[in-house]
Write a protein that binds this ligand. Sequence first.
Ligand SMILES: [Fe+2]
Length: 375
Amino acid sequence: MRTITIQQPRKVIIGAGCLSQLCDDYLQQGLKRLFILTAPPIRPLIAEAVRTLESKGVAVEIYDNIRQEPTVSDFYAVLGIAQEFGADGIAGIGGGSVMDTAKLIAAFADGKQRVEDCFGTGFVKGRSLWLGCMPTTAGTGSEVSPNAILLDEADKLKKGIVSPYLMADAAYLDAALTVTVPAKVTAETGMDALTHCIEAYTNKFAHPVIDLYAREGIRLISHHLLQAVKDGTDMEAREALLRGSYYGGICLGPVNTAAVHALSYPLGGEFHISHGLANAILLPSVMVFNKDSNPQKFAEIARLCEAGDTAEDSIRYVSRLSKACGIPTRLSDIGIPQSAVPHLAEAAMEVTRLLNNNPRPVTLADATHIYESLF
Ligand SMILES: [Fe+2]
């Protein structure tokens, strides 16, 4: 069996009301200046916790203006605010963009390194600030992954920073914080989480221990995503999705994603297509490309989704689910010109960190063909 390392936050709290645990954990550190990154719809949900912290002598600064798919300069703007505030702890309470930025601020607040020097795996040398992550989408799984993604404007490409120092001290999962997520974002982020599980399960470096999480993530998300899209207040569906997203996040550290994510990054980088949407559109075509590399596992995906028992069934199911959730199926549907394909394919080939994980080697011609099949 291949040796893998599974890194997790020192603690993961799962359940209703666990935001109060985040506050207790922060207070227990004896810290006094908490910088919270979040999003406007979440502010009312954390107001009471903030009041509690303030009543105990903690200065809290809240920043809620992080763009979707943040750039390197967006990151530096928020880092500057956190440094000026003199933060001694960071809480990321939001979706992937919020949590990724929080993770990077906690690691780079001491000013010893520049984020541009740390793209790739293993370049971050440490983290000086306490870090708590709480997802409000289901989702990126960033709360339990060592990864953070920024858009490098210079290259128009989304790039990953992967380091054990980006692993939160603690993660807090409360599905109640995900109910304000609109149907469209629920659909896109849910398809992202499903993609994490499918890409880990069918990965060239798949591992039986991680397969356990990937399989359960596939089962949970496939059974509950459409219901959460239709009725955002369905707590059973919300809880199942948050759990599925958490399992997908566990897959990211030791195994990670593959060609779907590699091909989706240029769509985010050049056309600012949201991460989940880009993945959802690419997923069926990449599955078609990959299925013969491991037909048994692709057939097992169909069984986990209760959608048949062949590799083709799993692909048909994923397409159907995405469509039923209101997600477009073609790149032309989201305004991508076909003339962009050669450049998109070239940019995707640079994401070797993930392409190397794909169960079937991807050439420039293959990447071109996959994009072309989506017009
Ligand atoms: Fe993702």
